[in-house]
Design a protein around this ligand. Structure first.
Ligand SMILES: *Cc1c(COP(=O)(O)O)cnc(C)c1O
Length: 455
């Protein structure tokens, strides 16, 4: 078999790989579970050799040993972190993306791909109520989207100071609640800017007044350039007071970034859409289709109110790229920290194009309804107690009388028996349990299995 020539053996292997992929898409894989590196070595040993092990052997190693040592996040009882449950059509179209050597960096390279991706971004932008000029690109994850947005924010603030004849301040800073995702703290480290922690209210929401107060208390020599709000915190599902924060950001002339990596999908659900009022005020927005919008990993949408500001911050300058920059076309590579880019928005686009947006609304509403049923099941169990009211599709509750070790043992056992993935989290230093429901194939019965296992 040769690397690039197509021969009979290659043909046969391709069909084997297709059959395997098709089986994964058609039939729900088991939850499976991790193994140690030592255990994996005992099973598969050294897989890369000068001569190669051949197609059938490599596929067998993968199917029999490597894949089963990895969790399937689309299992209906994968209920921790934020699961990922791609639609069948999105999943299969990822094969097309992988089998085409087409790059989504520049319009010159990928006009058709980018046209399609931009329509998917347009749908999200419209759901958020952003203006016609808004736009962005797909990046690998919410982490990269948040970093790219905040880099654009800081660059813009820097330019403003320069235009006003001022130099750099002593220290750049951004206003962030403790409930914000850890990736915002990572971005602050990468950017070497300070985080000014803003307290949340008793419902765990960041409020406008707290933002204004933190701004007033800012120390001399520190200049705040952005405020970050979360629309659906990862741990509790809480949506910050976006309208109030947006108004504060406008008054204080701050970039308003909203991290809706998890929650943004619920913009498509009429039953909860009003909770997002004010999202249209943002300067930049992160939504992860690989979470609650049924795209395969890895696919995050990054939107800007004014993409021109992002372009100024992110366009790479190199002699071999300058001709592209002169063409004045839509280049996703100009809008985030990346250059060569998998057109990772295409599986999402394909699924949207096939099923229509109503199907998304319905699927998301289904998960919200199952979340309500889960809430009822938890309330009905005498040994369980909600820690806070449910928000979006996140439920946080305690098993009365348990300590941290008991939670962990229970969780490990549940996974070892491949029943469910439910890992403990912490709220105010207390170890508790958390469920996050985004998969429309997760049913009330799946939740009952978990609730019963806690008895
Ligand atoms: C998941 C999440 C992120 C990080 O996104 P990745 O795609 O995992 O990089 C950021 N913010 C929020 C609110 C999230 O839920």
């Amino acid at each position: 078999m040769s690397l690039h020539e197509f021969d009979a053996e290659t043909d046969e292997l391709i069909w084997s790989v297709f059959r395997y992929a098709l089986d994964r898409i058609k039939n729900q894989p088991p939850l499976d579970g991790p193994m140690t590196a030592g255990e994996l070595f005992d099973r598969v040993g050294q897989t890369i050799t000068p001569q190669g092990m051949g197609g059938n052997a490599a596929l067998e190693v993968y199917a029999e040993h490597l894949a089963p040592a990895s969790l399937s996040a689309d299992h209906p009882r994968y209920l921790s972190y934020v699961p990922g449950a791609p639609s069948k059509t999105a999943a299969v179209f990822d094969l097309v993306v992988g089998s085409s050597s087409m790059c989504g960096s520049s319009w010159l390279d990928g006009a058709g791909l980018i046209y399609a991706e931009n329509q998917a971004l347009r749908w999200l932008s419209d759901l958020a109520g952003l203006p016609e000029e808004a736009g962005g690109c797909f990046v690998s994850g919410g982490t990269m989207a948040n970093l790219s947005a905040l880099v654009a924010a800081r660059y813009t603030a820097n330019q403003k100071r320069q235009d006003a004849g001022q130099g750099r301040p002593g220290r750049w800073a951004m206003l962030v609640a403790d409930s914000a995702h850890s990736s915002v703290a990572s971005a602050s480290m990468a950017m070497d800017v300070e985080i000014i922690s803003v307290p949340v209210d008793d419902q765990q929401r960041l409020r406008g007044a707290a933002v204004r107060e933190a701004y007033q208390n800012c120390l001399e020599g520190t200049e705040i350039f952005a405020v970050v709000a979360t629309a659906g915190t990862t741990n509790l599902g809480v949506i910050d007071a976006l309208e109030e924060i947006g108004a504060a950001a406008q008054d204080l002339d701050l970039w308003f970034h909203i991290d809706a990596a998890y929650g943004g999908a619920a913009l498509a659900a009429p039953s909860v859409r009003p909770q997002f009022a004010g999202i249209e005020l943002c300067d930049s927005l992160t939504i992860d289709p690989h979470k609650w919008l049924y795209a395969p990993f890895d696919c995050a949408a990054l939107l800007y109110r004014n993409p021109e500001l992002a372009r100024r911050a992110h366009t790479q300058k190199a002699s071999y790229l300058d001709a592209i920059a002169l063409r004045d076309e839509w280049n996703p590579s100009d809008l985030a920290i990346h250059l060569t880019r998998r057109p990772r928005g295409l599986p999402f686009w394909f699924s949207l194009a096939v099923h229509g947006t109503d199907a998304y609304e319905e699927a998301i509403e289904t998960t919200l309804k199952v979340s309500q049923q889960a809430h009822q099941l938890i309330q009905a169990a005498p040994y369980l107690e909600m820690v806070c009211p449910p928000s979006l599709s996140v439920l946080v509750f305690r098993r009365t009388g348990w300590n941290a070790e008991q939670y962990q043992e229970w969780s490990d056992d549940l996974l070892a028996r491949e029943i469910a993935l439910v890992v403990p989290t912490k709220v105010d230093e207390e170890t508790v349990l958390r469920l996050c429901i985004i998969n429309p194939l997760t049913t009330k019965e799946d939740i009952a299995v978990v609730v019963d296992a806690l008895a």
